[in-house]
Ligand binder design. Structure first.
Ligand SMILES: [Zn+2]
Length: 78
């Protein structure tokens, strides 16, 4: 499962169709940001961009598991 979360206000998009459409437009957003001299943080602007100036970050369940393992999976047996 994938979802998109705003990095400023926390707005979430979890509908498969919304995520799919967002990923489809990622190139357009990245090019637009680079044209303005800014590095894109996410895949497209938040729905509330004019208030929060946030960008939607793609989160996957796989990433979440990896982070957890990094916290607790360290090898300290020497
Ligand atoms: Zn936002």
């Amino acid at each position: 499962m994938e979802k998109l979360v705003c990095d400023r206000c926390g707005f979430e998009l979890t509908e498969k169709q919304d995520v799919f459409l967002a990923l489809d437009g990622i190139d357009a957003w990245c090019n637009a940001q680079k044209a303005r001299g800014q590095e894109p943080r996410g895949v497209f602007p938040c729905k509330y961009y004019f208030q929060c100036k946030g960008e939607m970050i793609l989160i996957t369940e796989k990433d979440a598991r990896k982070r957890k393992k990094g916290l607790f999976g360290q090898d300290r047996t020497k």
